[in-house]
Ligand binder design. Structure first.
Ligand SMILES: N=CN[C@@H](CCC(=O)O)C(=O)O
Ligand SMILES: [Zn+2]
Length: 413
């Protein structure tokens, strides 16, 4: 497949560049008036239309991208898209001004989702999550991480992870699975934290390892949820089974979650709406990525993470959706990139790098995804005609994705 007359081929990085830190994120590298050759599922070659070799120009399967841009697919490294029901009833409570904690204390939140998921069948969960994933792919997402964490029993957490495994087998995008039973203490174990942590470590993890159901283990480390000590114990248990940590950290308070995640060599700490100098210092001396979720801040009305300080401190910053029924009922990475600019004050180049190559890095797949380089997977999208690259985050109410290409083929799902 040959794409010609591309107004701008966006996100050119050397194939060996697996992550962008600090001011490296300023460089998006765009080739104007370009062509791109895809062979099978890989990027075969690309160049300037002025010097396109004749034998390439005469190839049969051509797409003209006149006035349009070609981007690497969005890489969404933080989602909770397997859930049984939406939670609009909490929407009104939020509008009344109830906080996330107050809604959870009133039986809403994660436990609300858990009650509904426990009653849903694996097929029902697969069907509803498939609709969400298909919509995300149409909006330009070409790689995704999906978490458990609404089961909160052995049976339902395993049910969720089996659904994620089926999604991975059914869609033409890389899917990374994260075990997040440590999302909240179920009602039965409200006053018996040891009992639930014992279920996680001694009952759930062995099955997950046996069936290879997860790549990562995650903990919601926050007041009212899992303590730093409990987080440390659960991450260490996961590591025994080869699961690397990702941590829901500093969403509602500076909780010590970042430090314990770094101590456990976490791939990423996610949220960071609350941070201080110590947070940044802890991350500066680590390989842990800072994954920011601005559409969660937008929906909950909580602070936006201090992206500019993180980038200034030389950290690798990632953007993701956090798509879930309670705090971010949206899987649109285009809107996340817009909020990255509008609310996190990231430049378009930084936000696009954060949502592509760094998103891939936060899923440890950036050898093959997240940028334009010869030999990388042809997971791309062609935009509608646009005046500039900045127009994509600028036009926040529209989605500029026009044609989705996955593994070198046009996606018609
Ligand atoms: N804070 C923890 N977990 C999700 C919210 C889950 C929910 O409210 O259903 C988050 O990342 O925002
Ligand atoms: Zn989350």
């Amino acid at each position: 497949m040959l794409i010609t007359n591309i107004k701008g081929l966006v996100g050119l990085h050397p194939k060996s560049k697996l992550m962008l830190r600090g001011n490296e994120m300023d460089n998006l590298h765009v080739l104007e008036n370009a062509w791109l050759l895809i062979e099978n599922d890989l990027i075969k070659d690309f160049g300037d239309m002025e010097s396109i070799p004749a034998h390439i120009l005469n190839l049969p399967s051509q797409i003209s991208a006149e006035g349009r841009y070609v981007f690497p697919s969005w890489c969404d490294s933080h989602t909770h898209i397997v859930f049984a029901a939406t939670r609009e009833e909490e929407f009104a409570m939020k509008i009344q001004g109830k906080t996330y904690e107050e809604i959870a204390a009133a039986g809403g939140g994660i436990l609300n989702s858990a009650n509904k998921l426990q009653k849903a069948t694996e097929d029902e969960l697969f069907e509803s999550a498939s609709v969400r994933l298909q919509q995300m792919i149409r909006q330009g997402t070409g790689a995704v991480e999906i978490k458990s964490g609404y089961g909160l029993t052995v049976e339902s957490e395993i049910k969720m992870l089996r659904v994620i495994k089926r999604l991975k087998a059914s869609f033409p995008v890389p899917v990374k699975a994260t075990f997040l039973a440590a999302h909240a203490f179920p009602a039965l174990y409200k006053d018996d934290h040891e009992g639930y942590i014992n279920l996680i470590i001694n009952e759930m993890l062995p099955i997950i390892a046996q069936e290879q159901l997860a790549d990562y283990i995650d903990v919601f480390c926050e007041k009212g949820f899992f303590s730093v000590a409990e987080t440390d114990r659960i991450l260490k248990a996961g590591a025994e089974y080869g699961l690397k940590p990702k941590v829901h950290a500093n969403q509602l308070s500076v909780s010590g979650a970042v430090e314990v995640a770094v101590l456990n060599h976490a791939v990423s700490v996610d949220h960071l709406e609350e941070s201080d100098e110590a947070t940044i210092v802890a991350l500066q001396n680590a390989n842990t990525m800072a994954t920011l979720l601005p559409s969660c801040s937008f929906y909950l009305g909580i602070p936006f993470a201090d992206a500019k300080s993180f980038i200034k401190a030389g950290l690798p910053v990632t953007l993701a959706t956090d798509y879930n029924p309670g705090s971010t009922p949206s899987g649109n990475m285009n809107f996340v990139v817009s909020l990255g600019c509008i609310k996190l004050k990231m430049f378009p180049e930084q936000a696009i790098n954060a949502a592509t190559l760094n998103g891939a890095a936060a899923m440890e797949i950036s050898e093959n995804y997240g940028s334009i380089a010869i030999g990388k997977k042809a997971n791309l999208f062609i935009t509608k005609p646009m005046p500039s690259i900045a127009y994509l985050p600028y036009s926040f109410g529209e989605t500029q994705v026009d044609t989705v290409i996955l593994n070198g083929e046009i996606y018609n799902g």
